[in-house]
Design a protein around this ligand. Structure first.
Ligand code: UD1
Ligand code: UDP
Length: 357
């Protein structure tokens, strides 16, 4: 089998790492990097640390408006696929790279597999929700991480090609947690004691693009007595500066700003955090994997099981709710283990082989 995998943004490198490793045992895989993320700390560091093969092509599209970025990626993907003639294209998650890869592939009548299919927030103001819906609609194979994702697709009348395989991020967590704990020196570097700090990530458009949301979040965080470690996404730096909030974060005695960290450092920061505050999809799940209470700075989540189990609470950008959760949120019930056993990549390979024979 010849497979082209399309990646472009930080979480996609992490998701592709276990799948790529599994596919390359038996098949030919070409890796296409769209260049949506290009800073070394959002891209190269993951290829180095996770031993992901060098991309066969980097389109280098960079940042732009949604339409321009999506269109540039489509153009690049189309010519690469015409040249490569793969049996399958694999797309991951819900970014503009996912959407563009889906559209370019399906129009060439090449079979398309979507990893992390069926997730829904039911909020169409999120760019990710549009990307997911379109990608799922045109994919031939839908690899769902959870039963909730399968049910979402059923509700939309989609059952053909749907496979519940578990979450590839669980595979990544299992594959890298031991080496992360051996290699990472991030706790020493930031002078942190296990369970004596909170970890924060914040980058979703629904927060960054709203001055009111950002102001509420910054107010709640700077009010808190808890030490908060904040590896900050460049998008967030840009908006914090625009809203003249960056200085307040820098000056806050309880907040430690850092550049985006490597996956190894992130695993260690997550595992040892007292609580995690985030609007990231991936970080919500990792908090659950590592048994760390998660406070989600959004009004809804695609990872509904984390909330149902009582390990994740949704506080949006509401200052009072954030403060209340920082002070009091504590999971009360055991986890039900919704994300599989770390064999999602293996199952993905087997489904593709069956579908090809
Ligand atoms: C994208 C995804 C989002 C995902 C996130 C993962 C879309 C619509 N959004 O958001 O779903 O959660 O990746 O991290 O696809 N920038 C840099 N350096 C980079 C990349 C971006 O400085 O290497 C800055 C630029 O100012 C850019 C902004 O971040 O304009 C946004 O980048 P973009 O790729 O459009 O979206 P993300 O916010 O990263
Ligand atoms: N991550 C990382 N370093 C950071 C922040 C996040 O390695 O500084 C990892 C995190 O552990 C998770 C993934 O990036 O595996 C999540 O990506 P992100 O939050 O950018 O996107 P989302 O999941 O929201 O789409």
């Amino acid at each position: 089998m010849k497979i082209v995998s399309i990646v472009g943004a930080r979480p996609q490198f992490i998701k592709a790492a276990p799948v790529s490793g599994e596919l390359r045992k038996y098949h030919q895989e070409k890796l296409l990097h769209t260049g949506q993320h290009y800073d070394a700390k959002l891209s190269k560091i993951f290829f180095d640390d996770l031993k992901i093969p060098r991309p066969d092509l980097n389109l280098g599209v960079g940042s732009d408006s949604h339409a321009r970025q999506t269109a540039e990626i489509m153009i690049g993907v189309e010519s690469y696929l015409i040249q490569q003639k793969p049996d399958w294209v694999i797309i991951y998650g819900d970014t503009n790279s996912t959407l563009a890869g889906a559209l370019a592939t399906t129009k060439l009548h090449i079979r398309l597999a979507h990893v992390e299919a069926g997730l829904r927030s039911f909020n169409r103001r999120m760019p990710e929700e549009i990307n997911r819906i379109v990608a799922d609609r045109v994919s031939n194979i839908l690899f769902c991480p959870t039963t909730a994702a399968v049910k979402n697709l059923q509700r939309e009348g989609v059952s053909a090609g749907v496979h519940l395989v578990g979450d590839v991020m669980m595979d990544a967590a299992q594959q890298f947690v031991t080496v992360a704990e051996q290699k990472s020196r991030i706790l020493e570097k930031l002078s942190l004691q296990p369970k004596q700090y909170f970890l924060l990530t914040l980058h979703r458009a629904e927060n960054t693009d709203s001055e009111e949301n950002m102001r509420n979040i910054v107010d709640a965080l700077t009010d808190s007595p808890e030490p908060i470690i904040f590896p900050v996404h460049p998008r967030t730096v840009k908006y914090l500066k625009q809203y003249k909030l960056f200085g307040r974060i820098q000056m806050a005695s309880n907040i430690v700003l850092a550049d985006p960290v490597s996956f190894m450092d992130m695993i260690v920061l997550e595992k040892n955090a007292a609580k995690i505050l985030t609007d990231s999809g991936g970080v919500q799940k990792e908090a659950y994997f590592y048994g760390v209470p998660c406070i989600t700075l959004r009004d809804e989540t695609e990872w509904v099981e984390t909330v149902a189990d009582g390990w994740n609470c949704l506080v949006g950008a509401n200052r009072t709710k954030i403060t209340e959760a920082i002070n009091n949120f504590a999971p009360g019930s055991p986890q039900q283990g919704h994300y599989g056993d770390g064999s999602a990549s293996l199952k993905i390979r087997k489904v593709l082989e069956n579908e090809s024979s």
